[in-house]
Design a protein around this ligand. Sequence first.
Ligand code: NZQ
Ligand code: ZN
Length: 387
Amino acid sequence: MQNFDYQTPTRLIFGKGVIEKLPSVMSQFGKKILLTYGGGSIKKIGLYQKVHELLKGYDIVELSDIQPNPKYDPSVLDGVRLCKEHKVDVILAVGGGSVLDCSKAIAAGACYDGDPWDLISYKVKAQAALPIVDIITLAATGSEYDTFGVISRTETNDKIGYGDRLLYPVCSFLDPTYTFTVNKKQTAAGIADAMNHVMEQYFTEDTTLLNDGFCESMLRSLMVNGRKCLENPEDYTARAEMMLACTYGCNGILALGNSPSGWPCHGIEHALSAYYDITHGWGLAIITPRWMKHILNEHTLPRFVKYGINVFGIDASLDQWEIANKAIEETYKFFESIGIPMHLREVGIDESRVGEMAHHIAVNEGLDQAYAPLTEQDITEIITASL
Ligand code: NZQ
Ligand code: ZN
């Protein structure tokens, strides 16, 4: 077991109606708020109105229209400008992962004099950041409980996972009822994203029985509850368990003591959505089984066997290779069964830029250090097999 040094400072307030605690939480941070949100879903579900009602007496500046795969220009730049102009004390991010991620980059950029891209591209380390409170409305990324903000810069085809300990939200509100309106496409993408977060941490060198158990249980929970959410979007119990499972995804808790993972499927997917602006969870679902097939060998076989038996209940008496191959097939079939298109061509990606993307990934994502190291050629083969 590896050494670690771990702290998650985020306060989680979970459950139906917890938003009533918003005024008491916000009162700790000053009167000037930057309220960030996306394209309008929070208005449709009445959350926007509720926030304003609860925060009467605060000075609220707004940044709206943050897009999925949030963009550096205009969203991060506009947010930083608003924070500086209005001397904002705290950011209140209300929406899905994209809104939260964008708000993290804004929080750091607002306390930095130079170009915020210096921070996102890790050229300069942030020295301070504004506090972030969030109300998450889509179960998927785990952004509500981690340090990361994934930011896209269209003109350079970059999509960077920017992380800094300063960017943990100070408080996250998780009310599963706000996720009732998430449509089938985004619900399925959320299930696939959260499942892949677990897999990225499960398929690694040095693991423990403890962590493997958490991961296997999370995968089973996400599949069972995810399906229930799709069948009945207002199933509170299923939405609640899915929401909590997603929250554990990216803050490292599932991998304490494990050897590090290179997060290869994320490395590949981030390039796909940087080049083609596709939905993150869909891209992951398409790549994952092809990546699994590609890395299955004598060395990785025992983990696939364990995964197959404990996650999918495959008969342990079968031949090991048969179990491993069945496990990969079950992974594919599950994603397909929740309505995800399982070929890149179906989401508008053809062979024309595969080489360019594979090169970009090989140079920028460091996947040659992973559990199953990937060269540029490997990456090309995985993407090509996913077409
Ligand atoms: O923009 P609005 O109108 O709010 O609509 C959004 C958006 O169109 C909608 N939506 C959100 N909550 C809703 C709702 N629709 C109805 N009812 C609700 N309650 O859903 C659409 C997608 O939203 P988005 O925030 O983009 O989805 P998600 O939460 O999946 O976030 C995806 C982004 O997070 C990044 C991804 O790369 C992608 O850019 N990730 C962030 C991570 C992190 N911070 O740790 C890790 C992940 O691996 C991931 O990379
Ligand atoms: Zn993800």
